[in-house]
Design a protein around this ligand. Structure first.
Ligand code: ZN
Length: 343
């Protein structure tokens, strides 16, 4: 399978700020993730390809103009504030219903950032753009006729809404890929198997019937992203019925995960999409530092076989999955399972 990755350009984003229960911790979304995943893909014999530059159009298809302006310029504006931190980190959050758009950098950081886990440093925007280019190149490869592509995106994207960063995510790469696939397919489904609910992806397509969003994840009742990812969130207006959340109890292992996925994939089959995007988080792993679920290395291969069994053109977009000994093995297991399942 072709693997798209702008490794060096994606690695220059190096976020430091991260709060866990109010305490400062190292940010786990580190550049080394790209190295580990790329090593595994290379060792697996996959064809590594540098993505092309697609410009801002694929990003603008799923994000607002003011948010793109914010991401483009906020760091240089922030750096001009006397005494400001080296990274953009919000310290105020509006009630987003009916508020006015602020002019100040501090106000805009609060407006466009859902939490403190998505700091913006001097090189972040360049890396974010190349992560989106990676997804766009994977989607283009599939639009051009390939059965599947793996986009090794970093930073990840599925917590990013149309105008809101959050949870290590800035531009929603899975949404970028889905919007591109829509150019040739009337219906596209996004299947999110990350440990965490894909709240940004859900938000972007919540009122749309042309993109089905399915997410299997740890129950947000006591887990990030808390406010989204519950089973009763089914879409709105024309999108009602086109969003499916399947939360699992903390600690659930392969059987429970695969059972939920099978149930979700019935809905995907009924939707009859022309292509799918897999939002591939590897953080549902039993030894991932987030410790939410207990999927095994072998389990990722099984998940991949189920997804490949749909027999649809597929863009696999990397989401979460943090440093642990088996991070690379989990990707290897997934990609091998996918290729075996695709026949
Ligand atoms: Zn995650």
């Amino acid at each position: 399978m072709k693997v798209f990755c702008a490794a060096e350009r994606q690695k220059i984003h190096y976020p430091r700020n991260f709060l866990v229960s109010g305490a400062q911790q190292p940010n786990p979304e580190v550049p080394e993730r790209v190295e580990r995943l790329l090593q595994a893909a290379t060792a697996g014999g996959h064809d590594i390809v540098e993505p092309g530059d697609h410009g801002l159009a694929p990003i603008a298809a799923v994000h607002t103009p003011e948010y793109i302006r914010f991401l483009t310029h906020i760091h240089e504006r922030w750096a001009r504030i006397p005494g400001a931190s080296t990274e953009v980190v919000p310290n105020i959050h509006p009630d987003r219903r009916g508020v006015s758009y602020p002019l100040s950098a501090v106000g805009q950081a609060g407006y466009h950032m859902a939490d403190t886990a998505c700091p913006i440093g001097p090189d972040s925007w360049a890396a974010i753009r190349w992560s989106a280019n990676t997804a766009a190149s994977g989607a283009k490869h599939v639009l051009d006729g390939a059965p599947a592509a793996y986009a090794l995106c970093r930073p990840p994207g599925h917590h990013a809404f149309s105008d809101l960063a959050g949870g290590f995510c800035y531009v929603n790469n899975s949404a970028v890929a889905a919007a591109m696939l829509r150019q040739s397919h009337e219906r596209v489904a996004i299947v999110d198997v990350d440990l965490h609910h894909g709240n940004g992806t859900q938000g972007i397509f919540y009122r749309r019937a042309d993109v089905l969003t399915l997410s299997v994840h740890a129950d947000p009742i006591r887990f990030y992203p808390f406010f989204w990812g519950h089973a009763q969130e089914r879409g709105e207006g024309p999108g009602l019925g086109y969003n499916l959340n399947l939360p699992l109890p903390r600690g659930s292992a392969d059987d429970a995960f695969l059972g939920a996925l099978d149930k979700g994939l019935e809905s995907v089959r009924a939707f009859a999409p022309g292509a799918i995007v897999v939002a591939l988080g590897l953080d549902a792993f039993e030894d991932d530092p987030f410790g939410g679920l207990a999927v095994t290395t072998e389990g990722f291969g099984q998940i991949a076989r189920r997804l490949a069994g749909l027999g649809l053109p597929t863009v696999i977009v990397q989401e979460g999955g943090y440093l642990c000994d088996a991070l690379g093995d989990n990707l290897t297991s997934f990609l091998a399972g996918f290729e075996a399942g695709h026949g």
